[in-house]
Design a protein around this ligand. Structure first.
Ligand SMILES: Cc1cc2nc3c(=O)[nH]c(=O)nc-3n(C[C@H](O)[C@H](O)[C@H](O)COP(=O)(O)O)c2cc1C
Length: 203
């Protein structure tokens, strides 16, 4: 399993990034986790530059998505929804529509916040990804509130999650991610869009 991790925060000491760095502790040893290009390197989405030769950061981001078996997105909630910088990355990954990198993928989503929110952001991100023809692991929902109390960086560079319930949920979520890849649930989720695009192309 090749998992691409995508972080919705650009902050140097991001708790979302810490969660992503901890994932390999909860997965089988032979899984390979790769961190995507920083989404801060993507320009603001603009159809004028979304041509056959898009900016190199966009090209790289799309290729990284295509080469992965599954994606793991972790983001903070900003103003009760998806952070703008992540929505921008999502917009790049869903074009051009008929050959979008972000179509027919298997995705796990987590929200990590230092506050007491998170579920509205998670609901928005999951809905958008799902509506666009991806399979989003529906359970367990992983929304880590008061992250500073549950996630901490260690001196050796490792990250420790101090809440056993969160650890258990992470393990189950990754098991479900693997099940969804094995059963090609991303392919099935993308079928209707692919059929739609193919038929529209011959209209
Ligand atoms: C502009 C902005 C809006 C925010 N809105 C919310 C929010 O709606 N709900 C919430 O729980 N936390 C909110 N927060 C707090 C972030 O979730 C918190 O700072 C989080 O730790 C950032 O993620 P990171 O640690 O990965 O950088 C907001 C923070 C900022 C900067």
């Amino acid at each position: 399993m090749k998992i691409l991790t995508i972080c919705g925060s650009l902050r140097r000491e991001s708790y979302n990034q810490m969660l992503l760095s901890s994932l390999s502790q909860y997965a089988p040893k032979d899984w390979v986790f790769k961190q995507s290009i920083s989404i801060g390197e993507l320009p603001h989405y603009n159809e004028d530059i979304d041509t056959a030769t898009p900016p190199s950061s966009v090209d790289q981001f799309r290729k990284e998505i295509e080469e992965a078996d599954a994606l793991y997105w972790a983001m903070p909630e900003f103003n009760h929804s998806i952070p703008g910088v992540l929505k921008n990355a999502l917009d790049w990954a869903t074009h051009p529509l008929n050959e979008a990198a972000l179509l027919g993928r298997v995705i796990a989503v987590s929200v990590v916040t230092q506050g007491r929110g998170g579920y509205r952001g998670m609901s928005d991100l999951s809905r958008v990804l799902r509506d666009l023809g991806n399979f989003v692991v529906p359970a367990p929902e992983l929304c880590i509130q008061f992250a500073h109390e549950h996630i901490s960086p260690e001196e050796n560079g490792q990250v420790s999650i101090t809440d056993p319930v969160t650890e258990k949920l992470l393990k189950i979520q990754l098991q479900n991610l693997e099940y969804a890849v094995r059963h090609r649930m991303g392919h099935h989720a993308g079928m209707c869009w692919k059929n739609f695009f193919e038929n529209m192309a011959t209209l």
